[in-house]
Write a protein that binds this ligand. Structure first.
Ligand SMILES: C[S@@+](CC[C@H](N)C(=O)[O-])C[C@H]1O[C@@H](n2cnc3c(N)ncnc32)[C@H](O)[C@@H]1O
Length: 271
């Protein structure tokens, strides 16, 4: 399966879901429009770790429909967003207007459309790295975008979470924790927000990357790890029948939530 095939298959999946996501209560476009200070749950979750973003030049890789990107802009950053899904970017532009400039590109080609060494902040949010076959190539892009002293801010689902069969009850490990050469090919016709829309593009090609592989890839391209916090929660119902939602929109295991690191926030600086 060549590179073009996985990109086309995954793009069709995201293009179909983007309008349904933008219309969903979970992404809350209405709340963003009603309140100019409203922030996404993901950005609010990491608000203290993000620190002062005033005047920071940032780029959000795999920005989807722009809710986290706009939230970072509302905190004072001068944001760009990048995604390979034109339908996602159409929704993002309708939400963020002129506050963010959006670019359509595969992550691996980001240096062709964004200024190399031009950014103080590279932000990547939940459910992004699993769409990329090689974490080493991704780390090279991150390093290429940052100016010396610039910071990577990554909040992601934990690779341990991706190793579980999300439908199994009781919990069962099923998928690779480590990066694998061949994609995991699944057909799932739903999505992670509540919607009545029936999707026709269900196929996805994804890859897992172990936490050690992610950190090693970043160290190898000259980034210095400055923070790694593992969380017992993730902002969607990732293990069906096994998780309970908290008031802040985060889901954790109903039984023994302390047993699973479900997501993490990683920060690293380019020396
Ligand atoms: C789960 S979403 C990111 C979600 C984001 N954290 C949010 O909640 O809005 C993943 C995004 O990655 C994008 N994507 C997947 N593969 C990509 C690639 N190779 N290059 C650029 N964007 C990609 C998809 O279009 C989608 O918008």
């Amino acid at each position: 399966m060549g590179a073009v095939d996985y990109l086309a298959i995954n793009r069709a999946n995201w293009d179909e879901r983007a309008p349904a996501h933008a219309a969903s209560a979970d992404y809350g476009f209405d709340r963003f429009r009603a309140d100019p200070a409203h922030l996404s749950d993901a950005v609010r979750f990491d608000r203290a770790r993000l620190g002062d973003l005033t005047g920071v030049r940032g780029v959000h890789l795999q920005c989807h429909i722009g809710t986290d990107t706009l939230s970072l802009a509302r905190l004072g950053a001068r944001m760009s967003g990048l995604d390979f899904s034109p339908e996602s970017l159409r929704q993002a532009r309708s939400l963020a207007g002129d506050l963010v400039d959006f670019h359509e590109s595969d992550v691996y080609a980001a240096l062709d459309v964004l200024e190399p060494g031009g950014y103080d902040l590279v932000y990547t949010g939940l459910g992004a790295l699993c769409w990329l076959p090689s974490i080493t190539r991704w780390a090279g892009v991150v390093a290429g975008l940052l100016r010396p002293g610039g910071r990577l801010f990554l909040r992601e689902a934990h690779p341990m979470l991706w190793a579980f069969d999300e439908q199994a009850d009781p919990l069962a490990l099923r998928y690779s924790y480590f990066e694998h050469a061949e994609p995991l090919v699944l057909d799932e016709f739903g999505t992670y927000v509540a919607t009545d829309v029936e999707f026709t593009h269900g196929r996805t090609h994804t890859w897992n990357h172990g936490l050690g592989e992610i950190i090693t890839a970043l160290l190898d391209v000259g980034l210095r790890l400055t923070g790694l916090v593992e969380h017992d929660s993730v902002p969607w119902n990732a293990l069906h029948g096994q998780m309970t939602e908290s008031p802040n929109g985060e889901w954790r295991l109903t039984e023994h939530p302390e047993a699973l690191a479900a997501s993490y926030t990683l920060q690293a600086v380019l020396d």
